[in-house]
Structure formats: structure tokens, C-alpha cells
Ligand binder design. Structure first.
Ligand SMILES: *Cc1c(COP(=O)(O)O)cnc(C)c1O
Length: 476
């Protein structure tokens, strides 16, 4: 399998070459040359693989269709090392829970940081360590986080050979639980840098450092952001696992609702559907930052300015643009790289928007590709959390609540199970749960008292040079 850029001006590469890269050199995103097709017999075999041998073995079966430059035995060992009951809390790894008539929750948030990003990041940590060792190379990961990404990256990379993490976050702006999760890590290869500023300042610093090509090369700077193809690929697996749990025969269809921000999670659902998994609809749920809902309703993709980007109670979906969206547009436009380059490389930087409403292919987003969308607000979130608690005794997190709200609106025929992806556990966003229910959410035992642990964090002004100096000092 080779990978090509959505903008068409980069060499085709194999998996391990794009693993350690971010964007393609032409500014595009890497996509597989084709989607391996899963026929009825294969899907039947995967059912028994999941039920009898487990999630790790299913992950190996799917990943090996896309990765041909890691020997099969090694890839299998990496999957087995990643997806264990010890790390993810249950033998199913992603168990389904029934809410009501045909509505299900797929639990993706029982990994080390209690958000779905662990599903991919834990694998990425093991893949990075493997590939860096094979090359005798090192990598210094520089990132910006407002919460979930940074902690998932740190828990995936802690103690790994050849890897250091430098994670910037806005000083004092993450939830106390999120701060405690990150700052209590004592591993020597993990560096928390709290920037006196907002999340955008952190992102600007990361960009400025990455744009200094000399510094980047000298200090082997890399990233783990959501455009990394390996992360997306790891996420494809749980669409299959969810489907297998919700159905008994391959003739049945299911739909998924996905709480969305950067379009990484639901893009993995799109890939699963393109491989032939019988998915009826892929429902994109957004919060007040409704860039994606606007596109699927109107055909207009409009990037928001920072004054137009809302701070909400589902903060991991607070985006001004959707970094993985270009991948879907690439397929929607029949992989016309010139057109994708004109839209994302020219129209968006120049005008902050493009409009596909007049393009006959826009209608295919719903008809051929199964997409639908909806939006949820703070009031919806509170009402949905209350309603689920009252009816099912289940406390869901704020992001998952956005999904459940939209899923109920767009649920379709009752004989098609609707699976909502649970993207975080409520303890991460306790303040909103208290607002909704008047009581704090349950806290998993292993997180008892983490706010009181010693913290390892360096506070710094929003100054690129100081961050560079810090990195240089700690890369000796
Ligand atoms: C990252 C995140 C999302 C958004 O996922 P995308 O892949 O960016 O669409 C939703 N919910 C939670 C809890 C997250 O951490």
C-alpha cells in the first residue's frame, strides 16, 4: 500500500515513511491509494476473530491491509501489546451499552486518560518506539493542547525509548482534573510547558518552532496531531468492533453518531464504510462550533476567526476549522487533487471559505457517502445528561451528550441500530456534570486524589525563543 497527498504534489510513500511525518510536503494530507475491500467472507471471519481472539487480533487484521512495511509478526505483537484489558479496562476494549430502543453507546474512553484519543495514541506510541528503534533515530514531539490530546500523547509516550514530549498548554485554563493528569507524570521524557496565554498562543508557538526548519531538523521535532494517518487508521478498527457487537449477520446495517471537532474520528468511520462495512449513516454531531454541521447542511465550508470560536462545555470540539476534513472532500470530489488544492490551498487561505453547494457532487455527501449532521448547545447538553441519568442511570460526558442529542434527532429506522461513540468519561468535565445533575460524576479508583500529587510543569511566557531554549536544554 502506498499513500498519496490530497493535493497531488508529493511522492507516494509507504506507511512507515508517513508515520513520522505530519503534513505532506505540498501541504496536503496523506491518503491510501485505494481502500481495501472487505467482502462478506472476510467480515464473517472478523466476527469470530473479535469474539474468539479479541480486539488486538481484529486490529492486526485491519491494520495489515494498510501496513506492508512492518513484518506481520511484529505488527501483531504491537497490536497485542497495545490493546490489553489492563490498559483499556475490559476484555472487549470497546464494549457496547444499550441505552434504549436501538440506541447504543460504544465505550471508547476507558484507556489511561479516559478519552477516545487513547485508542489511537496508545498504538502510535508503540509504533513510534518500534520504528525509531529500527532506524536508530530519535524524535522530540512538540504539541499544543487544551486537554485531551496532550494527556493522551503523554500517557502513550511516557517512558518510551527515543522519544521526548514537549507539550504546551494554556496556563490555568485546563480543568483541574486534566491538569492533574498531565502534570503528575514524573517520567523524565515528558515535559509540560504551561504558557501564560490562551490555546491559540500555544498553537502559534508550535507553528513558529516548526517553521524554523533549521531548528526542526537539528532537534528532530515532530508532532502527533490528528492529521497523522496512523491515528486515523487505528480508529477504523472500533467501527468494525462496534458493528460486530451490534449485529449478528452481515446483511444488517448500523449507523454511527460521532461527536466531532477536527473530523478525525468520523473520518475513520468514512474509511470503514469505504472498505465495505455496512454502515447506513454517519452522523456528525457538533457543538456551538458548527463548522461541519454548516457544511453538511449547506455545502459551505467556512473557517471561523478566533472571535467567532466559542469556548463551550464540550471543549474538545471547540474548533475553528476541521483539520481532517480535506480527506473527505478529496473522496467527495473523486480524488481530483487540482480541485482539492484550489479549495484548501487557495480559497481557504485567501477567503476563509469555499462553497460546494452548486457542485452536483455535494449531494453525494448524503446519498453516496451516508453523511448527516446536527448541532447541540450547552442547554441541549445539560438536558441530555439529565435525561440519560433519569432514564438509564447512566452519566455521560458533555461531548458524548452532544452525540446522543443529535443521534436522537436523526436516528432513522428503528431496525438500524444507532451507535453513539462515547468520546470521554464525565469525570474529565465534572463542573458541567455538577451543573446538570447537582452532583459530581463517579471517579475511577485509579484517579483518586490525583489533584494532590506533586506537579511537574514549567510555566513560561508566550515567547517562542524561551520555548526553543527549553527544548534545546533538554535534548542534550
Ligand atoms: C478530540 C475529541 C473529540 C473530537 O474528535 P475529532 O476527531 O477531532 O473530531 C470529541 N470528543 C472528545 C472527548 C475529544 O477528546
Amino acid at each position: 500500500m502506498k499513500y498519496l497527498s490530497t493535493r497531488g504534489h508529493a511522492d507516494r510513500k509507504r506507511f512507515c515513511d508517513i508515520l513520522l511525518e505530519g503534513l505532506a510536503p505540498d501541504g496536503g494530507l496523506y491518503m491510501p491509494e485505494h481502500y481495501p475491500q472487505v467482502d462478506d467472507a472476510t467480515l464473517t471471519r472478523w466476527r469470530s476473530v473479535y469474539h474468539e481472539q479479541g480486539y488486538a487480533e481484529l486490529a492486526f487484521a485491519i491494520l495489515s491491509l494498510y501496513i506492508d512495511d512492518i513484518p506481520a509478526d511484529d505488527l501483531r505483537a504491537l497490536c497485542r501489546k497495545t490493546y490489553t484489558a489492563e490498559v483499556f479496562g475490559t476484555g472487549e476494549i470497546v464494549p457496547l451499552r444499550h441505552l434504549d430502543d436501538g440506541l447504543w453507546l460504544e465505550a471508547l474512553s476507558n484507556g489511561p486518560t479516559l478519552a477516545f484519543k487513547d485508542m489511537a495514541m496508545q498504538l502510535l506510541g508503540n509504533l513510534f518506539e518500534y520504528e525509531l528503534a529500527r532506524r536508530g533515530a530519535e524524535l522530540n514531539i512538540l504539541g499544543a493542547t487544551s486537554g485531551d490530546t496532550g494527556s493522551a500523547a503523554e500517557y502513550a509516550m511516557r517512558g518510551k525509548q527515543g522519544i521526548r514530549v514537549f507539550m504546551t498548554s494554556p496556563h490555568g485554563r485546563m480543568s483541574p482534573f486534566q491538569q492533574a493528569q498531565m502534570f503528575s507524570l514524573q517520567d523524565a521524557n515528558i515535559h509540560n510547558i504551561a504558557i501564560e496565554g490562551v490555546f491559540d498562543d500555544c498553537q502559534d508557538i508550535v507553528k513558529a518552532v516548526s517553521n524554523d526548519l533549521e531548528f526542526k531538523r537539528r532537534y528532530k521535532i515532530g508532532t502527533v496531531n490528528s492529521i497523522n494517518w496512523a491515528r486515523l487508521l487505528a480508529q477504523v478498527v472500533y467501527y468494525f468492533a462496534g458493528y460486530i457487537q451490534a449485529t449478528e449477520h452481515n446483511t444488517q446495517k448500523v449507523s454511527f453518531t460521532v461527536p466531532s471537532g477536527n473530523f478525525g474520528n468520523v473520518c475513520a468511520g468514512h474509511v470503514a464504510r469505504m472498505m465495505g462495512l455496512p454502515i447506513d449513516r454517519l452522523v456528525v454531531a457538533t457543538n456551538e462550533n458548527d463548522v461541519l454541521d454548516e457544511f453538511f447542511r449547506t455545502g459551505v465550508y467556512r473557517v471561523r476567526g478566533s472571535s467567532d470560536t466559542h469556548e463551550t462545555s464540550s471543549p474538545s470540539m471547540d474548533i475553528s476549522k476541521a483539520s481532517n476534513f480535506e480527506r473527505f472532500v478529496f473522496d467527495l470530489l473523486d480524488r481530483d487533487t487540482d480541485r482539492v488544492r484550489a479549495l484548501f490551498g487557495e480559497a481557504v487561505p485567501r477567503e476563509g471559505r469555499f462553497d460546494l453547494s452548486a457542485d452536483p457532487r455535494f449531494a453525494l455527501a448524503a446519498t453516496r457517502y451516508g453523511f448527516a449532521s446536527g448541532r447541540s448547545t450547552h442547554a441541549d447538553r445539560l438536558a441530555t445528561i439529565r435525561d440519560n441519568h433519569a432514564r438509564h442511570g447512566v452519566v455521560i460526558d458533555t461531548h458524548t451528550a452532544d452525540g446522543v442529542k443529535v443521534a436522537r434527532e436523526l436516528r432513522g429506522p428503528l431496525d438500524v441500530p444507532m451507535i453513539v461513540l462515547e468520546t470521554a468519561l464525565p469525570i474529565k468535565f465534572a463542573a458541567t456534570i455538577v451543573e446538570a445533575l447537582g452532583q459530581p460524576p463517579e471517579r475511577p479508583a485509579k484517579f483518586a486524589g490525583i489533584e494532590d500529587l506533586p506537579k511537574r510543569v514549567q510555566v513560561m511566557p508566550a515567547d517562542v525563543q524561551q520555548v526553543k531554549d527549553y527544548i534545546a536544554r533538554h535534548c542534550a
